[in-house]
Design a protein around this ligand. Structure first.
Ligand SMILES: *[C@@H]1O[C@H](CO)[C@@H](O)[C@H](O)[C@H]1NC(C)=O
Ligand SMILES: *[C@@H]1O[C@H](CO)[C@@H](O)[C@H](O)[C@H]1NC(C)=O
Ligand SMILES: *[C@@H]1O[C@H](CO)[C@@H](O)[C@H](O)[C@H]1NC(C)=O
Ligand SMILES: *[C@@H]1O[C@H](CO)[C@@H](O)[C@H](O)[C@H]1NC(C)=O
Ligand SMILES: *[C@@H]1O[C@H](CO)[C@@H](O)[C@H](O)[C@H]1NC(C)=O
Ligand SMILES: *[C@@H]1O[C@H](CO)[C@@H](O)[C@H](O)[C@H]1NC(C)=O
Ligand SMILES: *[C@@H]1O[C@H](CO)[C@@H](O)[C@H](O)[C@H]1NC(C)=O
Ligand SMILES: *[C@@H]1O[C@H](CO)[C@@H](O)[C@H](O)[C@H]1NC(C)=O
Ligand SMILES: *[C@@H]1O[C@H](CO)[C@@H](O)[C@H](O)[C@H]1NC(C)=O
Ligand SMILES: *[C@@H]1O[C@H](CO)[C@@H](O)[C@H](O)[C@H]1NC(C)=O
Ligand SMILES: *[C@@H]1O[C@H](CO)[C@@H](O)[C@H](O)[C@H]1NC(C)=O
Ligand SMILES: *[C@@H]1O[C@H](CO)[C@@H](O)[C@H](O)[C@H]1NC(C)=O
Length: 711
């Protein structure tokens, strides 16, 4: 009995030891061999009604030996000579062009591309610019799609650097690596292990390899993927893709009454909120949309100083501030607003009379404002509307008014060539319905002055929104850059022009945008969202989210099922600027009013620190959200081939990761494999052995436990 039990004890102990050891060993080996890269973003797949675009890896990921391509020699070596294919190409941001990507892809010897693009402030930018958008953005869905004189950017190519890289279907994964530390270590590993000799002789094993994983679930086109997603094959339907979309933000100066007169007319002041880029989480949008968002918000704040004149007048026109979302993807937000107007559901506020394009007397849109052409801003108008004499004279009056106000506010501004059509702008969707007198104010006279339109490189430093060195974060937050001063003057101009259009009166001098607010917004949107302004305008819950933010919030519309931070922040800022503080209201009471009052919305914000805590404020305003999801996903039985509405969806995926590891020599690899096989066989035998003696093992261990007790 004693002998038997001690034998079993031994058996058990060995078993436990083997298990423990192998777990520990496995973890250790994995950690030692693979190094996960933390600072990467991947290009992923999107689909529209007819195509799939973007990137995907194989299901298990793509693997290859790395090779740095920085000049023609490297290229040639990789495409023709390198003996260790497949390769993963490392490429610097300056060389990341459509041509180079296609050369690598079409060589058939490259399994993936890693772009080295440090987020270091001093890193180099491609001198000729970089834009993954088309050279004629959104043209197919714009006002001029079918116009023989203006379609396809015949008069002006707005985005000449745009090579439409965003709209290619790549057969390999493309990642961007931004972490400077990781770039440095990959490059030094490359020098040590992979870099071919001066004579072009390939290095021997071990070689550094990389594995990129971003397998996409959806394929072909949106229609196919939505249909597949809707198939109810089991109780847990899989989603292969989601429609792009979010919310537009709107606010009116007056509260639109239910019983408005027939002539109720409004002025639209609009801009767009979103951008895109090839890579996940890289959506800075400094000039593409932030300059416009900030300028329009600051204009709202400035106008609010005299808004009582407008609110209390019976003859004044209302002003609607609109921030469109999803515009970068074939005008999702503006086309949806038109659709809502067609269906008498705009504004969403049920207590207000419905509005449509017939009620819009003027439309002022601000576009990119940061890179002023000839140091001026430019006013664009639509040549088709101008064919109508009445409309033409209205537009000319509008432009002259804005120009004279601009002079007063110290903003150099001029009119762009009237023979040119409008640049890509949300107002185009409205002009499809009616010739509204409208202008688009932007920083370019003809082609974009922004060389990084809708790209990951459209960062703060390209609009000179940078701070002197040796300022701490508090000082940076308050620092008023030249850009902030100029944008504030633009906001003053817009606010005064809106006042004049609404009341017909000369705008009072007190309408003046605050450069400090502009500076704060630029800092918060472009540098660091964990700033005092954002803390003040969010409630306690959202402040917790904010505390986890690692970088500026993305200006990408994203999928409709997740809410954008930028949308909420923009709405809350607009509410703060145009709304009023309700005194002595608790958080609960504030939220309750939201449910009962149909005209105003109530937002609870933490507010400024008073004493040593934030007391919280209740803001009453008209700021609201409207759907920015393409009508294509709303219209029953939408005709996907009609090309009427945006049809963009984003593929879902399970994992995105990139890791590097050393491939030992082929010989060592074989040895490791053989050892692995031997271990496998041994464990199989062991298990078989255990299985055979299961009853003995367990009975004895039980008796062992019992005997322990007795001892
Ligand atoms: C990469 O960029 C550098 C610097 O602009 C240039 O000298 C080189 O020729 C480029 N290489 C390729 C392959 O485009
Ligand atoms: C950023 O780049 C500059 C100049 O190339 C370099 O001196 C600095 O060390 C870099 N910063 C980091 C974090 O690598
Ligand atoms: C879908 O995208 C592709 C690539 O940009 C484009 O050629 C095609 O016209 C688009 N289809 C529709 C219906 O918009
Ligand atoms: C960059 O990568 C290093 C090493 O993986 C990591 O320690 C560091 O936190 C990363 N930096 C950032 C800003 O993510
Ligand atoms: C709308 O109705 C309210 C009362 O319900 C009234 O005070 C107001 O004058 C009306 N406005 C118009 C424009 O008729
Ligand atoms: C908008 O204009 C139409 C006429 O085009 C008018 O019937 C309607 O009442 C107006 N809406 C409002 C809110 O005044
Ligand atoms: C940024 O500043 C530099 C130097 O002052 C100037 O040459 C450049 O035009 C400025 N860029 C913008 C977008 O203002
Ligand atoms: C021109 O526009 C005005 C105002 O929108 C409209 O009333 C008029 O019918 C238009 N004229 C022509 C010739 O289309
Ligand atoms: C705008 O006016 C032009 C010229 O009169 C006309 O051809 C066009 O159809 C009008 N647009 C709309 C939407 O009515
Ligand atoms: C930044 O510097 C100012 C003085 O210029 C100082 O008052 C402030 O406390 C500093 N803030 C931080 C976070 O260090
Ligand atoms: C709230 O109180 C402040 C002063 O504490 C006052 O200026 C403001 O008018 C009050 N607002 C309302 C809506 O009563
Ligand atoms: C009020 O309702 C809107 C949606 O109708 C919501 O976005 C907002 O957060 C609510 N405000 C409060 C204070 O609950």
């Amino acid at each position: 009995m004693a002998i038997y039990s001690s034998l079993t004890r031994l058996n058990l102990e060995i078993l436990v030891a083997i298990c423990l050891l192998s777990t520990v060993l496995c973890v250790r080996t994995k950690e030692k061999i693979y190094v996960q890269l933390s600072g990467t973003s991947a290009c992923f797949r999107r689909l529209n009604a007819t195509h799939q675009v973007g990137c995907s890896s194989a299901i298990g990921g793509n693997v290859g030996v790395i090779h740095l391509v920085s000049d023609e020699t490297d290229f040639h070596w990789l495409i023709k000579n390198g003996p260790h294919e497949p390769y993963m190409a490392l490429i610097y941001a300056v060389n990341f062009t459509l041509d180079n990507v296609l050369r690598l892809q079409n060589s058939g010897r490259v399994n993936g591309i890693m772009v080295l693009d440090s987020d270091n402030d001093t890193s180099l930018m491609p001198e000729d610019g970089f834009s993954p958008d088309e050279s004629c953005p959104g043209d197919q869905y714009g006002l001029y799609a079918d116009d023989p004189d203006y379609k396809n950017c015949q008069k002006t190519t707005w985005n000449p650097v745009g090579k439409a890289m965003m709209f290619q279907d790549y057969s390999l994964p493309i990642f961007v690596l931004t972490n400077q530390t990781e770039i440095n270590s990959i490059l030094s590993f490359y020098e040590t292990f992979n870099k071919p000799g001066v004579d072009g002789k390939a290095r021997d094993y071990p070689l550094l390899a990389i594995e990129m994983k971003d397998a996409m679930d959806a394929a072909k086109d949106s229609q196919t993927c939505i249909r597949r997603s809707n198939l109810v094959v089991n109780l847990n339907p899989l989603k292969y893709c989601d429609p792009l979309g979010d919310q537009n933000v709107i606010a009116t100066v007056k509260a639109i009454p239910r019983n408005a007169s027939n002539s109720y007319s409004v002025i639209f002041a609009a801009t767009r909120m979103d951008t895109f880029s090839l890579f996940e989480n890289e959506y800075p949008s400094a000039d593409s949309s932030v300059t416009g968002i900030v300028a329009l918000l600051a204009a709202a704040e400035a106008l609010a100083k005299s808004q009582d004149d407008i609110i209390n007048s019976h003859t004044s026109k209302d002003i609607v501030f609109v921030f469109f979302n999803g515009e970068a993807f074939d005008y999702i937000g503006s086309s949806r607003m038109i659709y809502d107007m067609e269906h008498n559901s705009f504004p969403p506020n049920t207590a207000a009379q419905n509005l449509n394009w017939n009620n819009i007397s003027h439309f002022i849109e601000v576009s990119q404002l940061g890179h002023r052409d000839e140091d001026k801003l430019w006013i664009h108008s639509d040549p088709i509307s101008r064919k109508n004499e009445t409309v033409r004279s209205e537009i000319d009056t509008l432009i002259n008014m804005i120009k004279s106000i601009a002079v007063d506010a110290d903003v150099p501004m001029d009119e762009a060539d009237v023979a040119n059509p409008l640049p890509p702008a949300s107002v185009q969707q409205f002009l499809k319905k009616k010739n509204i007198s409208s202008v688009v104010i932007s920083d370019h006279k003809t082609a974009y002055t922004n060389k990084f339109y809708n790209s990951r490189l459209d960062v703060a430093k390209t609009i000179n929104e940078t701070y002197p060195p040796d300022l701490n974060e508090t000082e940076r937050y308050d620092y008023i850059t030249e850009q902030a001063k100029m944008l504030a003057n633009v906001s003053t101009t817009i606010a005064r022009a809106l006042y004049n259009l609404s009341t017909g009166d000369t705008p009072p001098r007190e309408i003046e945008a605050d450069p400090q607010t502009v500076a704060h917004m630029l800092y918060c949107f472009l540098h660091n969202p964990k700033c005092e302004l954002f803390k003040q305008i969010l409630d306690a819950e959202d402040n917790k989210d904010l505390a986890n933010a690692k970088k500026p919030f993305p200006f990408y519309v994203g999928v409709d099922s997740t809410k954008n931070h930028v949308t909420k922040l923009t709405k809350n800022l607009l509410a703060l600027f145009l709304g009023r503080k309700i005194n002595g209201t608790s958080e609960d009471a504030c939220r309750k009013q939201n449910e009962t009052n149909k005209i105003y919305k109530y937002i609870w914000m933490l507010g400024p620190v008073v004493g040593n805590k934030r007391e919280g404020v209740c803001i009453e305003s008209t700021a609201d959200e409207t759907d920015a999801i393409s009508p294509a996903f709303v219209v029953p039985d939408y005709d996907w081939s009609s090309g009427k509405y945006s049809t963009w969806t984003e593929s879902s995926w399970t994992v995105i990761s990139a890791q590097i590891f050393l491939v030992p020599s082929k010989q060592l690899e074989t040895t490791i494999l053989s050892v692995g096989v031997v271990i496998l066989l041994v464990s199989c035998l062991l298990i078989w052995f255990c299985n055979q003696r299961l009853d003995i093992l367990f009975k004895k261990s039980y008796s062992y436990a019992v005997s322990m007790d007795i001892d």
